[in-house]
Design a protein around this ligand. Structure first.
Ligand code: D5M
Ligand code: FE
Ligand code: ZN
Length: 502
């Protein structure tokens, strides 16, 4: 059946990634579902992802809700309207096999990378130049290890040659000319050069943002302009396999609980608590809960926030959240990182919450910084609140708050969580750039945008971890539609991911 689906799609000019095919295979009639799915796209993507399927389901549902009731009788001449395709289910809601009882499995957590206790920066000019030097050196080393960029030259040298060469640099500026060509200002430690990415070069779809490190192949023309023929991002070079754990326990990802806000969804949380305490086999197999920031709404985070708070004391907010976590089963280990609403410096990397707040919680909660790389039974998890998603959405056409996985894929391609400096994401110029994705994670999770999605990029499982807050007045003003009370859960044995709704 897998082959039949692939042939069916390729005959219609598209492909599907393995997760999307798995999803279709789980449906009652996979080919009919694939057909409906293709009908739902105005422009089918080159490769259909699981996220595309979930998105198509949401659109179909919204359209069905908006559709006027069907007329009682059709006139003889008008053809009957085509029935709207039934929406595919929102996401796989169940694992294929059953899990181990979490209470029987001992904890295995290693913190692999975290700024907490190691911050050195004071924000001086020296700090900034050292920070960017570290970013350039680390990512250019990664790029240089790719066969496409072997023998890359210094910019100073490449500018003085007319033959084809390869260079690596940090993008200081990117702009589009009125003819649709793009011009990058590329800089390394020796010199800088203007790079022309011609509109007809086939590189039009390549996403380039300020301050990322890229490799470019091409040649310098007689006016000193470097004409690009190829562009390389560090990316995840080859699709990787998931490292199976011996025990079949699961990890859930949550963020943006926003306790203290009027819009916190207490009823949905109660459903989650009931499920975690005496729910199904997935609930019983849940060993870890990674909380990726914005656990409380905070104080003074945005103008006139006090009008939207029911708890206006930061300690009372954390106390309330600590009590909520205290009601979850003892065998559920919580790993908590801060977000932009939490009581710690907003500049990233953010250290763990201060001890005055930590002591409000019981010992089942492990406090880490944002971002944090940790290992659970050998499975490497990169958790990041996701503030830079704002910068991706505001600077790249095609990126939306509803589809955060696209921006997350760009982060992996650029091997950086927040490449754009000086946007909405405040960055502290630490001695090392902690926002570089140096080791390849097995699971990459973000929150912040209050969406809910699971997907994949070159073998890395992606998740965006929803929210427990309904639409705020700010989000209403900006047309941001949240997807609250969803819980991505990943099986650490198989790497399967599901999205549970409450
Ligand atoms: O962010 C929740 C969502 O709302 C996220 O998609 C960003 C958006 N948001 C919130 N405040 C702002 C501002 N000031 N600018 C741009 N986008 C914003 P949260 O961090 O939970 O408030
Ligand atoms: Fe949030
Ligand atoms: Zn946030």
């Amino acid at each position: 059946m897998r082959d039949r689906i692939l042939v069916f799609l390729s005959e219609r000019g598209t492909l599907a990634d393995p997760e999307a095919v798995d999803f279709l295979l789980e449906q009652q009639d996979p080919l009919a579902m694939a057909d409906l799915l293709l009908q739902s796209f105005r422009d089918p993507p080159l490769v259909i992802t699981l996220e595309d399927i979930l998105h198509a389901g949401m659109i179909a549902r919204a359209a069905a809700e908006r559709a006027p009731p069907a007329p009682a009788m059709e006139t003889a001449r008008s053809p009957p309207p085509r029935p709207a395709p039934p929406p595919p289910p929102v996401a796989p809601a169940a694992f294929r096999g059953s899990g181990t009882c979490a209470a029987d499995v001992s904890e295995d957590i290693k913190i692999l990378k975290d700024i907490t206790g190691r911050s050195t920066c004071e924000g001086t000019i020296d700090d900034f130049s050292r920070y960017f030097r570290h970013r350039f050196q680390t990512l250019s080393r990664l790029l240089r290890s790719r066969p496409e960029l072997a023998g890359a030259l210094d910019v100073y040298k490449a500018k003085r040659l007319t033959r084809e060469t390869r260079i690596i640099g940090i993008v200081k500026d990117v702009r589009t000319t009125k003819n649709g060509h793009r011009i990058l200002e590329l800089e390394d430690e020796t010199d800088s050069v203007s790079v022309l990415v011609p509109s007809d070069s086939g590189l039009g779809a390549d996403t380039i943002v300020d301050d990322e490190v890229v490799g470019v192949g091409g040649f310098c023309n007689d006016r000193g302009l470097f004409i690009a023929k190829s562009i390389n991002h560090p990316d995840i070079p080859v699709s990787k396999a998931f490292p199976r754990t011996a025990e079949r326990v699961r990890v859930a990802f949550m963020s943006d609980v926003h306790v203290g806000s009027r819009t916190f969804l207490a009823d949905r949380w109660a459903k989650f608590r009931a499920w975690a305490c005496n729910g199904d086999e997935v609930g019983r197999s849940l060993r870890y809960l990674v909380l990726s920031g914005d656990v409380v709404d905070g104080i003074g985070v945005y103008p006139r926030q006090d009008e939207e708070l029911v708890l206006d004391d930061i300690y009372v907010q954390y106390e309330a959240f600590a009590a909520m976590l205290g009601e979850l089963p003892d065998h559920l280990k919580v790993i908590l990182l801060p977000g932009n609403h939490d009581a710690v410096r907003p500049a990233e990397p953010q250290p763990a919450l201060p001890s005055a707040i930590q002591k409000l919680f019981d010992s089942n909660v492990l406090f880490v910084g944002n971002p944090c790389t940790l290992s659970l039974h050998g499975v490497r998890i990169l958790a990041y609140h996701g503030r830079s998603l704002d910068d991706f959405v505001s600077s790249l056409p095609g990126m939306t708050y509803a589809k955060p996985l696209e921006a997350m894929r760009e982060m992996l391609r650029k091997r950086h969580l927040a490449p754009m400096y000086g946007g909405k994401t405040p960055i502290a110029p630490e001695a090392e750039d902690h926002l570089i994705i140096d080791a390849v994670p097995d699971i990459f999770v973000t929150g912040h945008v209050h969406a809910a999605a699971i997907g994949e990029h070159r073998g890395v499982i992606l998740a965006n971890s929803s929210t427990w807050q309904s639409q705020t007045s700010y989000q209403k003003m900006h047309n941001i539609e949240p997807m609250p009370a969803r819980l991505p859960v990943v099986d650490l044995h198989t790497g399967e991911a599901i999205l549970k709704a409450f």
